[in-house]
Write a protein that binds this ligand. Structure first.
Ligand SMILES: Cc1cc2nc3c(=O)[nH]c(=O)nc-3n(C[C@H](O)[C@H](O)[C@H](O)COP(=O)(O)O)c2cc1C
Length: 132
């Protein structure tokens, strides 16, 4: 199976209640194991960055489904690459709330702010690997 990783950023729609996060996480945990998808979803300041890994067609299908989800907007692809092994082997979608994380995780940001839409692919990867 061809393994790939996909990283994107997006913004919570202003009309979406923050408690939707729990529903999104629940949906991910109910679908991802069947599809062999692992990864992490990081949320902070009404923004998301998500790392998805798995088979090429499963990752593509999931990204298209997520892209149609009306609960977020400004979806922007950061990275799509072939990989030889998984990074988030133990996580079918680890939810990380930045409000509960160590502030040191933002050390990759030059201004101390969480701005995933401005991250390069390399910075995004370094940032996300902190949550493995
Ligand atoms: C930021 C974000 C991340 C999401 N991540 C996943 C995911 O990893 N896996 C998944 O199945 N659905 C994910 N979803 C939800 C899907 O877009 C979709 O709404 C859901 O899977 C549909 O579930 P249902 O068929 O049970 O209603 C995400 C949605 C958002 C807004």
């Amino acid at each position: 199976m061809q393994l790939v990783r996909l990283i994107y950023s997006s913004q919570l729609k202003p009309s979406t209640q923050p408690d939707e996060l729990a529903h999104i996480h629940h949906e991910a945990l109910s679908h991802n194991p069947k599809k062999g998808i692992t990864g992490t979803l990081v949320f902070g300041d009404d923004q998301f960055i998500q790392y998805i890994e798995g088979g090429r067609s499963e990752v593509n299908d999931l990204y298209q489904m997520i892209g149609r989800d009306p609960r977020h907007e400004k979806i922007s692809l950061i990275d799509f690459s072939e990989i030889t092994e998984r990074e988030f082997v133990d996580w079918h979608m680890k939810l990380v709330l930045l409000s509960e994380a160590n502030p040191k995780v933002l050390r990759f940001s030059d201004n101390g702010l969480f701005e995933p839409s401005r991250m390069s692919a390399e910075t995004a990867l370094q940032f996300l690997r902190q949550f493995k």
